[in-house]
Design a protein around this ligand. Structure first.
Ligand SMILES: [Zn+2]
Length: 305
């Protein structure tokens, strides 16, 4: 057995970022935010208009605003603050009135993979662990592509089986799960709802469930020991925040996302490093941020719904 201290360190995928002191974390957030504002100033034809910009002065961007921006300025809207080539596209479907194209650069995908590894490590998946996912493939995000990248970054085994929301799909998946015995199943809300109350398959130690703003009730429900919830808002970040083993709030990826609570509870998110940059995106969720230390050792603020 590992000593408690080792166990804490081992529970974090990126301790040099996740366990920064409060001062260092605050400095990192300020640095990322200043760099973002510099990119914004250098992109005067963005939808955010000519500067000078203060982030807090920008009006919140609703899902309807975002969808309208993309439609008026295809294919991705005037929100591109980093000119690197876009190498993957998908459809955001949560917190928008209709499926809306989004895209990533190489650097965006690499950053998302690390954040995904961080979230899955928090869910208890070790390096070289075995997992399987029941997410959509193809266009819809968050999907199996994002999770495969994260597992890659964790040197863990990926086994995509597609959505499992009925007996025939479960029978097919169970045949391979019987052989591979995944320790972690990565699911979305519909697959979790079906699998959690069903038997006839090797039950994993933990379900890691990717929830979007469309799953507000599931995000706010009491925590469960065998379910580790992750908030995904793919147009901002596929792995915005996730529960740790303490199961007392969702640690925000504060090196990648700026979370703000306005008007007594509305959660706004800004992408700090992404090429296609949504600023002050209104998730439609209501929550609170807690900066008190968490016993898991991670210092990033916790979000509660
Ligand atoms: Zn924690």
């Amino acid at each position: 057995m590992l000593a408690a201290g080792d166990k804490d360190a081992a529970a974090l995928h990126g301790p040099n970022v996740q366990a920064l002191s409060a001062e260092d974390l605050s400095a990192l957030r300020a640095q990322r935010r200043d760099a973002l504002l510099a990119r914004l100033a250098a992109t005067p034809d963005s939808r955010y208009g000519r500067g000078p910009h203060r982030l807090e002065a920008l009006p919140p961007l609703s899902g309807a605003d975002f969808a309208a921006e993309v439609e008026a300025h295809p294919p991705f809207g005037r929100i591109r603050l980093v000119p690197d080539p876009l190498i993957r596209a998908g459809l955001a479907t949560a917190a928008v009135p209709r499926p809306t194209p989004i895209a990533w650069t190489r650097a965006d995908l690499d950053a998302e993979a690390q954040l995904g590894a961080r979230a899955l490590r928090r869910a208890g998946l070790a390096t070289r662990g075995r997992s399987s996912d029941c997410l959509d493939g193809g266009l819809v995000t968050p999907g199996t592509l994002a999770v495969s990248d994260a597992l890659d970054a964790l040197d863990a085994l990926a086994l995509p089986v597609g959505p499992v929301t009925g007996a025939p799909a479960l029978q097919r998946a169970a045949e391979v799960w019987d052989i591979v015995q995944p320790q972690l199943l990565v699911v979305d809300a519909p697959s979790l709802a079906f699998l959690y109350g069903t038997d006839g398959y090797p039950r994993p130690r933990t379900f890691a469930v990717l929830l979007t703003p469309a799953d507000a009730a599931e995000l706010a429900a009491p925590a469960r020991d065998d379910v580790c919830r992750i908030l995904s808002v793919p147009q901002v970040c596929s792995f915005v925040a996730g529960e740790c083993r303490v199961r007392d709030g969702y640690h925000v990826a504060e090196d990648a996302v700026l979370a703000e609570i306005v008007d007594g509870g509305r959660l706004l998110l800004s992408a700090l490093t992404r090429s296609l940059t949504l600023l002050r995106f209104d998730t439609g969720l209501r929550g609170a941020l807690d900066r008190t230390p968490c016993s898991c050792g991670e210092r990033h603020a916790r979000l509660r719904f």
